[in-house]
Design a binder for this molecule. Structure first.
Ligand SMILES: Cc1ncc(COP(=O)(O)O)c(C=O)c1O
Length: 364
């Protein structure tokens, strides 16, 4: 029998979350961001749930090839563009649209021989200071691209650094709008946080680019829970209890004896550890669902096991289901953001870190 741990991907939730994003931006087209293997879910596993998107945005040429192999004939956007000149051939062959964020990428385009014009998204660094042309250089980059016979159409894009926080998007919006004012072309501005929180960005976007909200995690947790945004969990990580132990008051649990029982209690040992992608840093008290009932982690997370308090679920025993995040069989939900918060990180990191050894099923 395989080790009793399983991740489940929920296509209906993906579909629902996509629809939720459309509601926020009814006039915009949607790039479903599926980079990092669809935020750890698996591109092949999310494809059906997200196929009503207008396009798929990702980073790796290999991921782009996989989307084409699934039969997708619509737009695919490389969010970081090409990494070397020969990638441009593949862009032509697979009909990939690509971001242009630096002069070197324009040089590569200028030097490439192609019969089919490239569709590019010219990226502005409006304040994130990661990729993109500075506002001062943006228009000359546009003019350079526009003069190239290799380029068919230029769209305009930027990426917000603080759409999820108090600083917001106003300064970056103002900068982008000012520099691009009279330039033709479609605009793509909004990640999940901008799409859900900032009507301005949505109004100015021909294409929104949601990632995390498609996967049921709140883009601005802890200000809002995913449920407050109407988002459903798309990944459940669940395992079973493989041992039950009664311990006396004063007994400690696990490596480093980090948890000490203050009263007699029953523990469940669960077949999930940090080698499965469950964060080792989760403290005592991190929430779990035991048979769909809320309980807590006690003791340090080890490579292959965690220990949980069975006090709130006296009927739980060997083989009982423990939901580490997502939806339990009884319908109860433990948001990935809550576990991420306990671990001092974000839902993004947890879903992306689901380990290779965890079997994954796609729900009906
Ligand atoms: C350029 C770009 N657009 C869109 C996204 C999607 O962002 P989010 O997952 O926060 O919606 C990302 C993610 O980092 C990105 O880098």
């Amino acid at each position: 029998m395989p080790r009793p741990i399983l991740a489940t991907i929920h296509p209906a939730a993906l579909q629902h979350n996509l629809a939720r994003n459309r509601l926020a931006a009814p006039d915009a087209k949607v790039w479903a961001v599926v980079k990092a293997n669809a935020y750890g879910h698996g591109i092949e596993r999310v494809f059906e749930g997200l196929r009503s998107a207008d396009g798929f945005a990702l980073l790796d040429l290999d991921e782009a090839r996989r989307v084409r192999e699934l039969g997708w004939r619509g737009p695919i956007l490389l969010l970081e563009g090409v990494f070397e000149a020969r990638d441009l051939e593949l862009c032509s062959r697979l009909d990939l649209w690509h971001t242009v964020h630096c002069e070197e990428q324009i040089d590569m385009l200028a030097a490439c021989k192609t019969h089919v014009g490239h569709r590019v998204f010219l990226k502005m660094n409006s304040g994130m200071n990661r990729l993109g042309f500075t506002p001062a250089c943006y228009r000359s980059a546009w003019a350079r691209l526009n003069a190239l016979p290799q380029v068919d159409e230029i769209s305009l894009m930027t990426h917000f650094s603080d759409a999820d926080g108090g600083q917001g998007i106003a300064a970056q919006m103002a900068c982008f709008s000012e520099v691009t004012r009279d330039l033709p072309g479609e605009r793509s501005l909004s990640n999940s946080a901008a799409s859900l929180r900032h009507a301005d960005a949505v109004r100015a976007s021909d294409w929104i680019r949601p990632g995390i909200s498609l996967y049921g995690s709140s883009p601005d947790h802890p200000e809002h829970w995913a449920s407050e945004w109407g988002l459903w969990p798309t990944m459940t990580l669940a395992a079973k209890i493989i041992a039950v132990r009664d311990i006396a008051a004063g007994a400690s649990v696990g490596y480093g004896s980090r948890f000490v029982a203050d009263a007699p209690m029953r523990l469940g040992v669960v077949a999930c550890g940090y080698a499965d992608g469950y964060p080792r840093v989760c403290p005592n008290g991190t929430p779990v669902l035991v048979a769909g009932v809320r309980s807590r982690l006690v003791g340090r997370v080890s490579m292959d096991m965690v220990t949980v308090d069975l006090t709130p679920v006296p009927e739980a025993g060997m083989g009982s289901e423990v939901t580490l995040w997502g939806r339990a069989t009884n319908g109860a939900v433990l948001g990935i953001d809550e576990v991420a918060q306990a671990a001092g990180t974000l839902g993004y990191e947890l879903m992306c870190a689901l380990a290779q050894r965890v079997p994954v099923q796609v729900a009906d």
